[in-house]
Design a protein around this ligand. Sequence first.
Ligand code: SF4
Ligand SMILES: [Zn+2]
Length: 316
Amino acid sequence: MNEKSDFLINDSRIVSMRGNKNSVVPQIPYGWLVEKERTASGNIEETGIIFLTNRECPFHCLMCDLWKNTTDESVPVGAIPDQIRYALEKMPSLKHIKLYNSGSFFDVRAIPEADYPEIAWLLKDFETVIVECHPRLINEKCLKFRDMLTSNLNIALGLETVNPEILKLLNKQMTLDDFAKASEFLSENKIRSRAFILLRPPLLSEAEGIYWAERSVDFAFSSGIECCTIIPVRAGNGIMDKLMEKGDFNLPDINSLEKVVEYGIRLKKGRVFADTWDLGLFSKCEKCTKKRTDRLVEMNLTQKIVPPVECTCTEK
Ligand code: SF4
Ligand SMILES: [Zn+2]
């Protein structure tokens, strides 16, 4: 591991290197889709994701590009239910729904508390509702919202990495203790939680990237997390591109993603998923990228180790 970057990384530097935001509308979600996911009960079912438009997250994590589809100011009361209604009208009938808001669902400047009852009513036919939240914003509001829902509430927390120096560098403004407390609070209150884990954040070699992602999976499960998603780190938000230019950040390899997911599935402590979006970014071999992506999708759905892809790019 490079001891540290000689490139200054702090909150204002991260923000100052950003490009422009996309144009978004408070009454319309900036995206929605339906994907297959293996549920906690072991079935493969269609799950909807609504990408809600709302005020930018107050944290400015080094690797984050979610600010691109956010507003500068809070959206008015009623806008979030409007967005959910808008997306649900376009989606088929589903049992599970994720509301991802480019930040924390329980950040009241992002999702107004006054909207909770209407949101809960709109989601009354779903079996599972999954939202995301920064661990430091896990509190009684989660219970208030859970009690309004007829569905099971699941909460996704960003663990990112258990390497303490790198976690600090990421500007997540969270300690591992904060994460463990949030996870414990959710377990005590019978709310299922999942963790987002980064594969190869800046300043780590490929091997260290794998090592720390695996240790992060260990930590997540030992903290009571039920499901982990491994996210290969990308550039594209300004500062990450700069770090890549300086050699302080390199994109991870798709093979490393396969290794970490295999490791996590073998543990049999809970579901382990790969983020399979745009994996071509993480492969230099055109011959096997699609096969490796299909392998990861199959492992996501079956939670079994699929035979490895054989290709000249991995021959010794
Ligand atoms: S807490 Fe999540 S949404 Fe907020 S800046 Fe960090 S990664 Fe992005
Ligand atoms: Zn190949």
